[in-house]
Write a protein that binds this ligand. Structure first.
Ligand code: SF4
Length: 339
């Protein structure tokens, strides 16, 4: 469970029961709590990028979600469900290093009911059937779940919606509070996994892969649709052996009895933008992330900007490896894409 070093609460959040309860809870835990007069966070002002990152990753901000227009979330869902912003993990390649570079802290919201009411409005437009919401577009929501119960509330809420689905992805493992919820199979939980080499090198502050697979086993047994995001796939000495070993771990640890839903796989090779490389190297000066442009192909994407990706030949090798490896799984599965 995430234990912040410092908590900041927006004054307005104290008008909500959850805001008051969390203030008391953190004070009881002897964690410094400061009240913010507005939603403008200024405790990182004047700090270097690295200082901001180090301090921010240990800070929790409790606020009121004001923007209730949900952003679109292609291709994973129709809309983002903004339950949490930021993450306590320190993955070197994380997109949040760029997207939240000035706000590298985790912000939680006390007005979950307002957020879910807004979700209902999007569902009621009938534009998409079912309407799919992504609960982890700007965060990993699991580490702060013991404080917010936002996922639990959302899972039960979506459990009652005939025309909507919730999905989220996590690298974290505190899933016990989700096991007995009335999810009605309307929430898909995906676990982001990788080889131990990649986790040790680049995914600082996150659980080991075996623990993630054990958490997946629990939610499969609880009847949730479950998937794995194997990403980013890196090419390094012994990468083939390591990724086949990862698949073998899935074979060994996941339940073999009849599954209610096929296990889905989304497999994404590593890619980076020039902007992301620049931010990553500001935070992790010694980063060993493979970001040598001369070894990559520059590819324009559907969102109007380009990325450095592995060559066509390497992507073909990745596809071949995973298609071969996954064939040995003893349970039903579906490969959504390998890119
Ligand atoms: S766990 Fe996910 S969201 Fe958190 S830092 Fe790592 S990649 Fe980013």
């Amino acid at each position: 469970m995430f234990k912040p070093k410092h908590v900041y609460i927006e004054k307005e959040a104290l008008d909500y029961t959850l805001g008051k309860e969390l203030k008391k809870q953190f004070e009881d835990m002897q964690i410094p709590v400061d009240i913010l007069e507005s939603n403008r966070v200024n405790f990182l002002r004047g700090k270097s990028v690295q200082e901001k990152y180090e301090i921010g990753k240990r800070v929790l901000v409790i606020g009121v979600r004001r923007t209730l227009e949900f952003q679109s979330c292609k291709p994973s869902a129709h809309y983002q469900l903004p339950l949490v912003t930021g993450c306590i993990g320190k993955c070197e390649y994380c997109y949040l290093n760029t997207n939240l570079k000035d706000k590298p802290f985790t912000r939680i919201y006390v007005n979950i009911d307002d957020i879910l009411k807004k979700a209902k409005r999007y569902i009621q437009t009938g534009k998409f059937r079912p309407t799919i919401f992504e609960g982890s577009a700007t965060s990993d929501p699991i580490p702060v779940e013991p404080y917010t119960h936002a996922l639990a509330k959302s899972i039960e809420y979506f459990g009652k919606q005939p025309d909507a689905r919730l999905r989220f992805v996590t690298k974290f493992t505190d899933v016990d509070d989700l096991l007995y919820l009335k999810h009605n199979e309307k929430t898909e939980i995906r676990f982001s996994i990788n080889t131990d080499t990649v986790i040790e090198s680049f995914e600082h502050g996150t659980p080991r892969v075996k623990q993630r697979i054990e958490a997946a086993r629990k939610v499969i047994k609880a009847g949730y649709p479950v998937g794995f995001l194997i990403a980013p796939v890196f090419i390094y000495p012994n990468w083939k052996e390591d990724y086949l070993m990862l698949i073998k771990m899935l074979k060994n640890y996941l339940p073999n009895e009849e599954l209610k839903h096929p296990i889905t796989f989304e497999i994404i090779s590593h890619r980076f933008t020039p902007t992301a490389k620049n931010h990553i190297l500001q935070v992790f000066e010694e980063s060993k992330l493979p970001m040598d442009e001369s070894e990559r192909t520059y590819k324009y994407g559907q969102f109007g900007y380009g990325k450095y990706v592995y060559s066509k030949e390497v992507i073909a090798e990745i596809k071949e490896l995973f298609e071969f490896g996954l064939k040995h799984l003893p349970f039903p599965y579906e490969i959504k894409y390998i890119i």
